[in-house]
Design a protein around this ligand. Structure first.
Ligand SMILES: Nc1ccn([C@@H]2O[C@H](COP(=O)(O)O)[C@@H](O)[C@H]2O)c(=O)n1
Length: 539
């Protein structure tokens, strides 16, 4: 694309809005994590890059970000509202430079770029996330937005429709009423587009690098070129067009105008080799067992036999949540639904799959002998929500899959029969078309955003979306009849603040000092172990 851009005399910028680490075996599968990952990422030619929440959950991950990724992308890595605490002297320093000013190669567009993270509070204690509202009052920011540039680019692990970008937009517009502004968003997992005004837009590329978000801006006058802008530049009105490209080779071939033979570069082949070598060394294709059916995060209603959460609640948790010393004690075991990040597809469940489904190193904790009359209210309170949580920093939206911050109702789609397809008995369906039939569409994203419904680069058959509760619960070792007087409340460590708050609301004032470790293994390990014992080895 860079070569194509040079030929056309336009500029292409590659942007990464964070959450590179966690959620795939290439990072999570080694000890220490990321043994091969950082060298692979370093090979990408990224022009502006920032931090997501995943780079900051763990102290060691944040340290690697500072020690490896920031220097690997020196000058490109931006940390407008993020500091790092130097372990050598305890000094608080910027994670990376606050902003970047540069002039593009072909059109001479003078760009001023920032890199933000949403007002995240779950970061490890060797980092400091400054709320965006405070950052925009900083003298360096106020000076930067007064610079004479042709374009402001704000990248961030930040929702396009959230308060953080609204504040940044207002701050820039208060000084530059007309300069084009392009936002790149992240975190809420959806393909998204927003118009702030006729010269300020935002695009978000979905989740897990499933999507290459493409933003084409035309009509910016680049004043950073030696020769005078052509008259055409001066006349041009501005357009902002977005496109969501499915991240696969077909899309790349189509948009580069290349094909299977001509697409690969020597550099690309080298990186592919690095990936293959790492995957092999980490044994990521090792299969723990064969998933007998698809289990969906949001594609099936909860509860239902096709829901990953029903599977977790009724089959996995009752079997793996064990503490020998509390064996026969009635127990309520609670997990947040955001702990699961992807569907399980029928077929091999590999070492790589475990990290894709749930990469977190969270363990199970517990409070013993909680009066049942209080404990039984936790689930309902956390799922129903209400002012008790919203008045604190522990908003309930942090517990469910992040998509739910934007998808506020279930999305039901008609079940369309597959035309012209002949079921082959396996999971795959051949695409056979007679001349007058509509093509069979592969299920996938069918995005509707502020720009309409023409953003998806590939047309897909729609997929339903069912919202899920914030937390699910298994009741273990309960008496056959009647209610227990006291129970152990077991929960995944991430949700401790919500559990304590809920108990307090139920009249029981427990504190962190009452919480003990229930199991030493992570949910991810326990799930893999269950699969090993319960699903057939071979598919
Ligand atoms: N230890 C953790 C950390 C996070 N979560 C959940 O993940 C959500 C963040 O979503 P990402 O796309 O950034 O992964 C967070 O809000 C939690 O729901 C978790 O369960 N355990």
């Amino acid at each position: 694309m860079r070569q194509k851009a040079d030929e056309l005399g336009v500029d292409v910028l590659l942007v990464d809005t964070g959450d590179r680490v966690e959620g795939n075996g290439l990072y999570d599968g080694s000890d220490p994590k990321g043994k091969y990952f950082y060298d692979i990422v370093r090979e990408q030619e990224i022009d502006i890059i920032c931090t997501g929440n995943h780079e900051l959950y763990q102290i060691d991950a944040a340290a690697r970000e500072y020690d490896l990724t920031v220097p690997n992308f020196k000058g490109k890595y931006l940390a407008s509202n993020l500091d790092y605490i130097n372990p050598k002297n305890g000094e608080t320093i910027p994670m990376a430079q606050r902003y970047r000013k540069f002039t593009t190669k072909n059109r001479g567009i003078r760009v001023l770029a920032f890199g933000f993270l949403f007002d995240f509070t779950g970061n490890a204690n060797n980092t400091v996330v400054q709320p965006v509202a405070k950052t925009i009052e900083e003298p360096w920011f106020q000076e930067a937005i007064r610079e004479d540039v042709d374009l402001f680019v704000i990248i961030g692990h930040v929702l396009l429709h959230g308060p953080e970008y609204k504040a940044i937009y207002k701050a820039i517009r208060s000084q530059n009423w007309d300069t084009p502004i392009q936002f790149f968003g992240g975190h809420s997992h959806i393909r998204d587009f927003k118009k702030y005004d006729s010269k300020a837009y935002g695009v978000q590329s979905g989740r897990y690098m499933e999507t290459i978000g493409w933003m084409a801006i035309e009509g910016i006058t680049g004043k950073g070129k030696k020769e005078k802008p052509r008259p055409l530049d001066a006349r041009a009105s501005m357009t902002f067009k977005r496109r969501y490209i499915d991240n696969n080779l077909f899309g790349y071939h189509y948009h580069t105008g290349l094909n299977d033979t001509t697409f690969s570069t020597e550099h690309g082949k080298k990186v592919s080799k690095m990936i293959h070598k790492a995957r092999k060394a980490l044994d990521l294709d090792y299969s723990f067992g064969c998933a007998p059916r698809d289990l969906w995060l949001n594609r099936a209603p909860y509860p239902s036999s096709d829901s990953i959460f029903t599977w977790l609640e009724t089959e996995v948790m009752p079997d793996v949540i064990v503490n020998k010393e509390r064996k026969d004690t009635p127990t309520l075991a609670i997990t947040n639904t955001g702990a699961m990040r992807f569907d399980i597809f029928k077929g091999p469940f590999t070492k790589d799959t475990t990290y894709i489904i749930s990469p977190f190193v969270s363990k199970f904790l517990y409070i013993k002998d909680v009066p049942y009359k209080a404990a039984k209210g936790i689930l309902q309170l956390i799922n129903r929500g209400g002012p008790v949580f919203e008045a604190t920093e522990f908003s309930l939206s942090q517990l469910a899959p992040p998509e739910q911050m934007s998808i506020l109702t279930d999305i039901l789609v008609p079940q369309i029969p597959i035309h012209g397809a002949h079921k082959s008995g396996g999971a795959q369906v051949p695409f056979l078309l007679s001349s007058n039939e509509e093509p069979n569409l592969v299920p996938g994203y069918t995005t509707k955003d502020e720009g309409g419904d023409d953003g998806d680069d590939t047309i897909h058959a729609p997929i339903p979306y069912f919202r899920v509760p914030n937390v699910i619960q298994s009741a273990l070792s309960f008496p056959a009849e009647g209610e227990p007087e006291k129970v152990d409340v077991v929960f995944v460590d991430f949700i401790q603040p919500w559990v304590l708050l809920a108990l307090r609301f139920m009249g029981e004032s427990y504190s962190a000092g009452d919480v003990e470790v229930y199991t030493d293994e992570t949910l991810t390990d326990l799930m893999a172990d269950w699969i090993k014992r319960n699903w057939k080895k071979d598919c």
